[in-house]
Design a protein around this ligand. Structure first.
Ligand code: AMP
Length: 132
């Protein structure tokens, strides 16, 4: 079982941002920017580009809704989307609110937010997602 499957199962806590029957979105624990969100399929698949075409398309459509909520909650120029998968072998998309190109640099120092700030961040995104 991957760490993300354990998060989806509720065995490991996460800061939930959005959910539907097939996908789950939660804050990245080491955010590049406030609101950095991960979108994952509930089905355990190793890598985003291993998903079958329909699931991949559905996941991008779900990510689009999450990105809109993210931009409502945290106004930004654009929401960047990235697939890495170098660390966790469970398909996921990174959504990062962007003010500049450098905000998408995964080598840069991560934000240090308190648990309260993380919870408030997730709550704002979830509220925007549910208000769609
Ligand atoms: P990558 O597989 O290279 O796309 O990186 C995995 C991402 O998952 C990293 O940005 C981590 O900060 C994030 N991550 C790992 N464990 C957790 C967790 N328990 N909760 C939230 N994010 C996590």
């Amino acid at each position: 079982m991957t760490i993300f499957s354990r998060i989806i199962a509720g065995e490991i806590p996460s800061y939930k941002c959005a959910e539907n029957d097939k996908f789950y979105a939660f804050l990245d624990i080491n955010p590049l920017a406030q609101g950095h969100t991960l979108v994952v399929p509930k089905q355990e698949v190793d890598y985003f580009f291993d998903l079958d075409d329909n699931d991949l398309a559905d996941m991008v459509v779900f990510a689009k809704k999450v990105a809109k909520a993210l931009r409502t909650a945290f106004p930004c120029r654009k929401v960047g989307m990235a697939v890495l998968g170098l660390e966790v072998n469970h398909a996921h998309i990174h959504l990062v609110p962007l003010q500049s190109e450098g905000d998408m640099d995964f080598r840069r120092a991560k934000l240090q937010l308190t648990p309260e700030q993380m919870q408030q961040t997730a709550d704002r995104i979830l509220a925007a997602y549910e208000a769609r």
